[in-house]
Design a protein. Structure first.
Lengths: 268, 327
């Protein structure tokens, strides 16, 4: 009755049958980690002996940046899912879904869920890539099940947030270009007003304040905290709790919003 | 099977697309909704298939109210919309399987039904190909059976042959007839092609400005016109004038030199009488044609316009559909 199963399986078929989107989606994480790792590796040497204090105690820049790159990968892949809804509308397939006895929201959530599955695959590739790079990712204090849980749920939550936002937009608009416009307008500002790429200590005061309230920072910093540190101190734990709770609330609100708005009707 | 009561759709509080429409459709028939573009055909269909809600009035589809029981209605109807709706990146078979999952058809029944339908429209050999490799006609056939995977009681066909060439169109008609006969389904068809409605529908309603103007079988509608036309040319004008004195005329009119155009009630009955009138009066006819009224004439009579005169908007839509079909 829901339609979620057949629609999600359709999304997967479309994904793995398109060799370009499949390969680029799988290679992109490599690029991210290799290029960012090299481009900003010098950061670690800034400030002489206090290097690892700037990158929050990480053994090297790739270990520091991992949380940011994971977040960004989730963010970008999630944002693009809205486009598929617009193409379904323009190519007519949406018409078939809308006359079937399925929940309207299943049309939207099939895209969100398939995006999140793709993101998780990218996450695995990315971590493997970071581990095999020279001077790459190092879990200095081990990597526990708790750490995996935090990492995966942070990526999933930030992906839900942005996949929901962009599908909400796509429920209404008919031009893919409008969506690309919005996407281009906000992706870089969103990135640079966050702690995803740069440590707070290198930021201007106002930017640091803005970044503090950016959910992209919450996800990146949460992952960073468990990757860099071993067992967390009490204050670290409560900081992590605040970030994760913030992400959770935001994701739940947006998912509910997406559910109710798509149930009310998807523009034909 | 379907009954509407003052079904009305007003867009934006201004434009009345469907205006207190009352139609009744019997089980097992092919019912044609004929009208010019913008007459309200598609809006009517969209309300009956619960795609849009009526502004006022109501409709019952096989016992279910289209507003209160819209999900129930959706389950028992099949729809073939005007636009193409199959996914080009999936195979024909995968498309049909996906749709049957929407209707919770058990897997085994779905496989059986899909095989039957593919055979019916001769797509069994192409079922494994991606839809983007299909020709325009094949895609339309796939659309046709995509509306039937859940074995619906009622099938809605909205302009099923829009943008298809003449040969493909008559092929589609054959498939529609086969479907009606073999699957025991009631079909509601909209079209602005007269030949199509004439060829397929048992009963026809002509609609314009959202209202039903007249309903009946093709023959009944034609019979409502004044009659058939007998066109004759004689050797002389005198003879032509004499012919106008023929007793059973509805009307008569000069039509060119030495020619006359007679309107009679039923040419099948009148023709022998006309011929004996000619020989009894010693007239010499050089040319004689009989013309039965077409649905065109019926349409002209009721809507006051030629159905073929397509407005620009429709032309654009047609081109759009054709472009999609060709890709």
């Amino acid at each position: 009755m829901s339609g979620l199963g057949p629609l999600t399986s359709r999304e997967f078929k479309k994904w793995y049958r398109n060799p370009i989107s499949l390969v680029t989606g799988l290679i992109q994480p490599f690029f991210w980690i290799a290029l960012f790792g090299s481009a900003f590796a010098g950061l670690a040497d800034l400030g002489g002996g206090g290097a690892s204090s700037i990158i929050q105690g990480a053994p090297n820049y790739i270990t520091f940046i991992l949380g940011g790159v994971l977040t960004i990968t989730g963010l970008f892949t999630a944002m693009f899912t809205g486009v598929n809804l617009i193409f379904d509308r323009r190519l007519g397939t949406l018409g078939r879904f809308l006359i079937a006895p399925i929940r309207r929201s299943s049309i939207v959530f099939s895209k969100i869920f398939s995006a999140i599955a793709r993101i998780l695959i990218q996450v695995v590739i990315l971590i493997v890539a970071a581990l095999i790079l020279p001077d790459g990712l190092r879990f200095a204090h081990g990597f526990t099940l708790f750490d995996v849980g935090v990492l995966v749920s942070a990526v999933i939550m930030i992906s839900f947030v942005f996949a929901s936002i962009f599908n909400l937009i796509a429920i209404r608009i008919t031009q893919p270009n409008s969506l690309f416009g919005i996407l281009n307008l906000i992706n870089l500002p969103l990135l640079f007003t966050s702690y995803a790429m740069f440590p707070p200590d290198l930021m201007a005061g106002w930017l640091r304040t803005a970044a503090k309230y950016n959910p992209v920072s919450w996800a990146a910093e949460s992952i960073r905290m468990v990757v860099i540190n071993g067992s967390l101190t009490g204050s670290q734990m409560s900081q992590l709790g605040i970030w994760m709770l913030g992400l959770f609330v935001l994701a739940v609100v947006l998912v509910l919003l997406t559910y109710f708005i798509s149930e009310r009707g998807i523009r034909e | 099977m379907i009954k509407t009561e003052d079904l009305t759709k007003i867009y934006n509080g201004k434009f009345t697309a469907v205006d207190k429409l009352n139609i009744e459709i019997e089980e097992g028939e092919i019912y044609g909704l004929l009208g010019p573009n913008g007459a309200g055909k598609t809006t009517t269909i969209n309300m009956l298939v619960t795609r849009i809600a009526p502004t006022s009035g109501s409709a019952i589809v096989d016992g279910y109210d289209i507003v209160k029981n819209s999900l129930k209605v959706r389950k028992i109807i099949g729809v073939v919309p005007q636009d193409l709706t199959t996914d080009e990146d999936l195979s024909g078979y995968e498309n049909l399987m996906m749709v049957s999952q929407f209707y919770d058809v058990p897997k085994r029944d779905a496989i059986e039904q899909i095989e039957k339908l593919l055979k019916l429209v001769n797509l069994e050999d192409s079922a494994g190909k991606l839809v983007k490799q299909y020709s325009g006609g094949m895609r339309k056939r796939l659309e046709l059976i995509a509306g039937l995977v859940h074995d619906p009681k009622i099938l809605f066909l909205d302009e099923p042959t829009l943008g298809l060439d003449v040969t493909t169109r008559s092929q589609m008609w054959k498939y529609v007839r086969d479907i009606q006969e073999r699957l025991d389904v009631t079909i509601i068809l909209t079209s602005h092609y007269l030949e199509e409605v004439d060829a397929l529908a048992n009963r026809i309603s002509i609609i314009d400005h959202g209202k039903v103007l007249v309903t009946g079988t093709s023959e009944e509608l034609k019979a409502k016109l004044k009659g058939d036309i007998i066109q004759m040319t004689f050797k002389t004008q005198e003879e032509a004038e004499k012919m106008k004195n023929y007793p059973n005329l509805v009307a008569s009119k000069d039509s060119g030199p030495n020619s006359v155009r007679l309107t009679v009630q039923d040419s099948d009955v009148e023709l022998p009488k006309v011929i004996s009138y000619i020989s009894n009066n010693g007239l010499s006819v050089t040319r004689m044609t009989v013309q039965k009224p077409s649905l065109d004439d019926v349409f002209l009579e009721y809507t006051g316009k030629e159905i073929r005169a397509e407005d620009a908007g429709d032309f654009k839509q047609t081109m759009f559909n054709m472009r999609r079909l060709r890709r």
